[in-house]
Structure formats: structure tokens, C-alpha cells
Design a protein. Structure first.
Length: 238
């Protein structure tokens, strides 16, 4: 008797691209801003100091627990849900624990956007906070996803023609140090001492600072991706 008909087909995990994850982050940011502005409007309307303090504490606690609670119990925030994403525990394919969800938030808070620069160098499009907590961000419903919204698991470069990992990591670090040095030199050349000391920046200087930070993040991501694939001088594949 054949058992082929009883075998369930396990779908291939689809790991979210950065563009998709960015949409979820933006949606969560909009929700956060709406809650904050709504709380301020309510506090101004009521004009009661005790009520305002209690409301402020409630809002802060809600925002602090927003991501950990939703990620651990439902698999994602509202931003994740509306962008068809889900945070998945590597070990069992279910939701991450509350402690892991808290750890993700803390690590993202400390690293900020720099947590995402390693995406292209990982097999499952993971950021630093994903790797540390052993989790991934996947498409929630594959039937609703377009091919450009996700990647499948990447294969490791063939070791026969690739430099060893330690060499690739070392070369990537050297390039990142040079990149940070270049950005620092450019900042010293174009920003006033007052702006560098964070005491006063003109509108043009603020735009320049924002632009250089964005360029730095993009270039870091390229350096990490190219270095891991053996395409940087000093650690190229044979």
C-alpha cells in the first residue's frame, strides 16, 4: 500500500526581503506616532495632571510591550501582519518566546538600522537581532506574496574556491573601518564645529548628516554582502 498520498508537503520557507520588512517598520512607526499624538490630545483636552501622568505611564508601558507581546503571542506586530510577515522561531517553526521577543527589541534598539546590514550575507536574510535570537522573518501567507517580496534559503559559497571565513570577515572589517574613516573625514570637512558638537546644526547640515548616514548604511550593506561572497579585493574567490 502506497503512503504517498498521506505524506504532507512541507512548504519552502520564504524569508522577507528588507524592502518588505521596511514597510512593516514604517507601519509600526505610524501606529506609534498615532498613539502618542492621540494621548497628547486627550491629556490636553482633560487638563488633569493626575490623569495625564497615569495616561502617560499607560502609553509608555503599552509601547514598550507592544512588539514583545504581539510577536510572542501572534507571531508579529500590526506592521508585520499588514505586510504579510511573521517572526518565526528557528527551533520549532512557531512563535518566539516572550523573552526572545524582548531581546529582539533591545538589540534592535541598540543597533538601530545597523542590525540590517548583514542581511545579504546570511542564508535566510537575517538581521543581527534575528541571528542572536535564532529567529527569522518569513512570509505569513505564501499565497498572498509576490516573488519580489521574499527570498528562499541561500546556499553557502562552495568552500573549494572561496577564501576561509576568517579571512572574509577580516577583510570586511578592514573595509568597514576605512568606510567609517572616510565618512568621518567628509563630516569634518563639511560640518561646522557647532554641528559636530551637537549644539547647533543648520537645516542644510541636518540634511547632509542624514544623507551621509543613509549612504553609510547602504555602503556597509554592500561591503558585507560582497565580502561574504568573495568579491572584495583581499578576499576574492579563485
Amino acid at each position: 500500500m502506497s503512503v504517498d498520498g498521506d505524506m504532507s508537503i512541507v512548504p519552502t520557507p520564504r524569508y522577507a526581503r528588507f524592502s518588505r520588512r521596511l514597510r512593516g517598520i514604517v507601519l509600526d512607526w505610524i501606529i506609534t506616532m498615532a498613539v502618542l499624538f492621540g494621548a497628547v490630545l486627550v491629556a490636553v483636552s482633560i487638563q488633569n495632571d493626575r490623569f495625564s501622568r497615569m495616561l502617560g505611564i499607560l502609553v509608555v508601558m503599552t509601547l514598550l510591550l507592544y512588539e514583545p507581546v504581539l510577536v510572542s503571542f501572534t507571531g508579529g506586530t500590526l506592521g508585520h501582519y499588514f505586510t504579510n510577515l511573521r517572526v518565526v522561531n528557528d527551533r520549532d517553526g512557531g512563535n518566539v518566546s516572550f523573552l526572545k521577543a524582548c531581546a529582539r527589541v533591545v538589540i534592535k534598539g541598540l543597533l538601530g538600522w545597523y542590525s540590517f546590514v548583514i542581511l545579504a550575507a546570511t542564508r535566510r536574510n537575517q538581521a543581527v537581532h534575528d541571528l542572536i535570537t535564532r529567529s527569522t522573518v518569513q512570509i505569513r501567507d505564501p499565497a498572498k506574496a509576490l516573488p519580489g517580496q521574499y527570498v528562499t534559503e541561500r546556499s553557502e559559497p562552495a568552500p573549494a574556491n572561496m577564501p576561509p571565513r576568517w579571512r572574509r570577515i577580516a577583510v570586511i572589517c578592514v573595509y568597514l573601518v576605512l568606510l567609517f574613516t572616510l565618512i568621518a573625514v567628509v563630516g569634518l570637512a563639511f560640518l561646522s564645529p557647532a554641528c559636530l558638537n551637537r549644539s547647533f546644526c543648520s537645516a542644510g547640515e541636518r540634511v547632509f548628516d542624514l544623507a551621509t548616514n543613509i549612504i553609510l548604511l547602504v555602503m556597509m550593506a554592500f561591503v558585507v554582502a560582497l565580502g561574504w561572497k568573495g568579491k572584495l579585493f583581499g578576499a576574492r574567490k579563485v
